[in-house]
Write a protein that binds this ligand. Structure first.
Ligand code: FES
Length: 106
């Protein structure tokens, strides 16, 4: 249902490996561009709550700047324990813009 998608930012505003912190529908999330694709995940690290906005992206994993926990940007799964997950949000690119379905499933 495309009506649930919210305009997040222009595709070109985000560089490759870039991370943008946004607040959409009262959800704090990061939009990540990697290999030309875009992904959206909750911005709060489940370890001790650091923001992932200043993390780094490598090999489809977003690493937390505080203690290095890494999350798969495609699924939100913590690399070491897949039972720990960041919430992910459907993300799409249309007409040069990035749209995110920022709806909490919890
Ligand atoms: S708060 Fe993210 S790894 Fe510790």
């Amino acid at each position: 249902m495309s009506a649930d998608f919210t305009l997040a930012l222009n595709y070109d505003q985000l560089e490759e490996n870039g991370i943008k912190l946004l607040n959409l529908n009262n959800i704090s999330l990061v939009v990540v561009k990697y290999k030309g694709e875009v992904f959206s995940l909750n911005s709060r690290c489940p370890h001790m709550g650091c923001s992932l906005a200043k993390g780094t992206v490598k090999d489809y994993f977003l690493s937390c700047p505080c203690h290095g926990w890494s999350f798969d940007i495609r699924t939100g799964e913590y690399k070491v324990n897949k039972n720990i997950k960041l919430e992910t949000y459907q993300t799409k690119v249309e007409n040069g813009n990035i749209f995110v379905k920022a709806v909490s499933e919890f």
